[in-house]
Design a protein around this ligand. Structure first.
Ligand SMILES: [Ca+2]
Ligand SMILES: [Ca+2]
Length: 141
């Protein structure tokens, strides 16, 4: 085993992990997603998906084991955003609506928090959903 790593990419609370471990003799891949759920163990290189129940920052760990009992570990922080909270102040408000509209106008699709309906695009529809949530008093504002 030489290097062990993985990349994290995802929209919404569903996060995809990509195994980047190198080494010929890896026999076991142990994924721990850092949210208290049971880890997943695989006997082959796997790129698992994991759905987090709530927004937050999680410390996910991949441990690889080789045939002679050697072990190697890699941890990475996974930032799972609160839907609609684009400016990351912990609440959804009119300010977020404005930011989402700006992203939609610029064609920015990279902020998972802004893609409220999880269709992998940031559009005025997402802004509308946020503004409706704000008006319904989902938050205290
Ligand atoms: Ca906000
Ligand atoms: Ca969207």
């Amino acid at each position: 085993m030489k290097v062990k790593s993985y990349t994290v990419h995802g929209f919404s609370t569903n996060v995809s992990f990509t195994d980047l471990s190198l080494g010929d003799n890896i026999t076991e891949w142990r994924w721990n997603f850092g949210d208290g759920t049971p880890g997943e163990t695989y006997n082959a290189s796997t790129n698992p998906d994991h759905t987090y129940n709530r927004a937050g920052v999680y410390n996910a760990t991949l441990t690889v084991v080789n045939g002679t009992g050697g072990m190697s570990m890699h941890s990475e922080l996974v930032d799972v955003p609160l839907k609609g909270d684009v400016n990351r102040d912990g609440k959804v408000s009119a300010a977020d609506t404005v930011l989402i509209l700006q992203m939609a106008a610029c064609g920015t699709n990279s902020d998972p928090a802004a893609d409220v309906n999880s269709d992998r695009a940031v559009t005025s529809l997402d802004a509308l959903m946020v503004s409706q949530a704000v008006m319904k008093g989902v938050n205290d504002e």
